[in-house]
Design a protein around this ligand. Sequence first.
Ligand code: MN
Length: 128
Amino acid sequence: MAKRILIIEDNPANLELLTILLEAFHYVVLAAGGGTEGIEMVRREKLDLIICDVQMPGVDGYEVARQLKRDPMLHRIPLLAVTALAMVGDREKVLSAGFDGYIDKPIVPEKFVKQIEAFMERPDDRSR
Ligand code: MN
C-alpha cells in the first residue's frame, strides 16, 4: 500500500514542488493550503505522515502542531515541519510546539525524499 502524506503549505509553488517530488516516489499526496483546512483533513483522512509549513497566515504551523498533539486520536501521526527558520531557538520552538522533527527550507530536491523516509523509519519514540 502506498503511504499517504498530507502537505500543509500556504505557498503554492512549494506545495507543487513537494507534491511532484513525493508523487515521483509513489506516495499518495494530499494537500491543504492552510492550517485550518489541514487539521480538518487530518481528522478525516488516514495518513502516514504530515508535512507542515511553519509560517502561514491564520492558523500557523505552531498552532497546527499544538492542536494535533493534544488530540488523542491524532497525536501519533508523525508531524514534520518544513521551515525556513534557521535559529537554534526557533528549532526548539518548533519541537516544543509538538513537531516530531523538521526539514530546513529551502528544501534540496535530491535529498528531500530520503529525509522524509529516514524520518518515517525512525523507531517509534513518540509517546507524547
Ligand atoms: Mn508559509
